[in-house]
Structure formats: C-alpha cells, structure tokens
Write a protein that binds this ligand. Structure first.
Ligand SMILES: [Mg+2]
Length: 271
C-alpha cells in the first residue's frame, strides 16, 4: 500500500501533460517545470502510449519546443510491443496503426503483411483506419487464432487538430468480441509491464514514484494499484475532475491539479 515518503522519481505521460495534444504545443509552465526537475537532479522517464511517432522523432519534437529530454527517457508502447513480438519470434505482422510508421517497423526488422496469414495483428492509433482494414483481419483472428497485440487500449485520443478520435481500445474491443482463439495482449498503459519498465528505468520502488497523467482511468488506476502516488492534471483530455465519477473512490488519484507546473518538486509528503 502507499506509504508517505519522499518522491524520488517521476513517471510522466506526454500528451496532455507536457504537450496539449498531437500538435505538440507545450502546456503552459511544463517546459520550465521539467527544466527545474532536471536541475533538482530528480530522475524521470516519459511513459507514453504514443504509437504515431518514431521514438526518436517523438523526443526530438519535445526537445525542439524546449523539453530537456532524450530517447533514454522514453518508455513507450511501441518499444514494448516490438519487444513482445521479438521475444516470441513474431516477425510478420498486420499493422493497423498509422501508415506513417510502416517504414519504421520494417527498419526494425518486421515484415508488414497486407493480406492473408500473419503472426500477429497489431493495433495502434490510426485516424485513417477504415472498416475495411478491420474486415481484412477477420480471417486471421477468427479462422487462424492469430494473436491480437494492442499497443495500448486508449478509447480515444486528441488528434493534430485537437479533435477526439476513437483509439485502438475501441477497435480492440470490437476485435476481441469476436472471440478468436488467439491471445489478446496489451503492452502499453494500463498494462502493468510498461509501468514496471518505467520504474526500472528510474531505479526506484513504486512507493517512491509519482505518476503524472491527464488520464485517471487509462493511466493512473494501474499506477495507484502498483503503489505509486498519482497526480491527475486537467491540461489534457479532461478539463475538470468529473471523470472521477467513473472510478471507485479507492481508485481516485492522490492529487488533482490544473497542470504539472502546479506540482511542487520539493514536496516530500503525500497530499
Ligand atoms: Mg495523456
């Protein structure tokens, strides 16, 4: 269970916390806060469900607007997914995420299959996904027991114009409901593995970490269950705390604030 004590490291969501949405405009105060965090010598990592950017491009975009981050700070759903596939020798995939990342998958040694059998159907955010794309994996999922790898299961996300778009969680729910014989695996938040990887990266135990996110449901429930302290910022998906009504009170975040710069880096006790 959560024990009050100093926050020694920070696990930080990107979209809605550092930047508003996929336009990558910084949340007011976020660049300064991150700079102070680095100056204070506090370890941190970015725990992201981003599946639309190459990891290098993602941190470059953040660095360009002033964030003191490098690829070594990033623990991402894309990387977790590639590891899951490699560990199981699944190199031939149906990629239902954005076409912008097809070359990246190939560079990383995967073969993108566009029809017929494959080793896994892989879901990521894709604002261009068509019903016919989903139809095209019915054979593998229903007839061949092909595994379904969900890089994350966010039900929606904010696109480049700040518009809400259905996310891979919605498509995963539809495909999972088919009841195919394959596994359905999620590697990004809210799955525990990516949180444990983040903790390993910053070298602390869960009770020494604060997880900051704009999504109390998809991101913070798991962090809290693992024993981390949690901060819900209102600078992203949800403009107020009304969303908490969808959670049990025991799942509520420890802190609710407008934006990350409202958090006191020197704070040493649970609020
Ligand atoms: Mg977010």
């Amino acid at each position: 269970m959560k024990r009050p004590g100093p926050v020694k490291a920070y696990l930080i969501d990107i979209e809605g916390v550092l930047v508003r949405d996929k336009r990558y405009e910084p949340v007011p105060g976020a660049v300064g806060w991150m700079t102070s965090l680095v100056a204070a010598g506090r370890p941190f990592c970015l725990v992201s469900n981003n599946t639309t950017h190459r990891p290098g491009d993602l941190v470059d975009d953040l660095a360009r607007v002033g964030f003191p981050v490098t690829e070594s700070h990033l623990v991402g759903a894309l990387g977790q997914g590639m590891r899951w596939l490699r560990d199981r020798n699944k190199g031939r995939i149906r990629w239902l995420g954005t076409t912008l990342l097809e070359d990246y998958w190939r560079e990383e040694g995967f073969e993108i299959i566009t029809g017929g059998s494959c080793d896994a159907v892989v879901l990521g955010a894709n604002s261009g996904l068509k019903i016919r794309d989903l139809d095209s994996v019915l054979g593998p999922v229903l007839d061949e027991g092909t595994d379904l790898l969900c890089l994350h299961r966010n039900l929606f996300y904010l696109d480049e114009s700040g518009r809400r778009r259905l996310g891979p969680g919605a498509w995963a729910a539809a495909l999972e409901a088919l009841g195919g014989a394959g596994q359905v695996v999620t590697v990004g938040k809210p799955s525990e593995g990516i949180y444990r990887e983040g903790l390993k990266r910053v070298g602390v135990t869960p009770d020494e970490a604060l997880f900051i996110s704009d999504d109390p449901i998809s991101d913070l429930v798991t962090a809290g269950r693992l024993g981390m302290r949690t901060a819900f910022v209102l600078s992203g998906k949800y403009p107020d705390h009304g969303v908490l009504a969808r959670l049990e009170e025991t799942e509520w975040p420890d802190i609710v604030c407008s934006r990350m710069s409202d958090l006191d880096i020197q704070e040493e006790e649970t609020v």
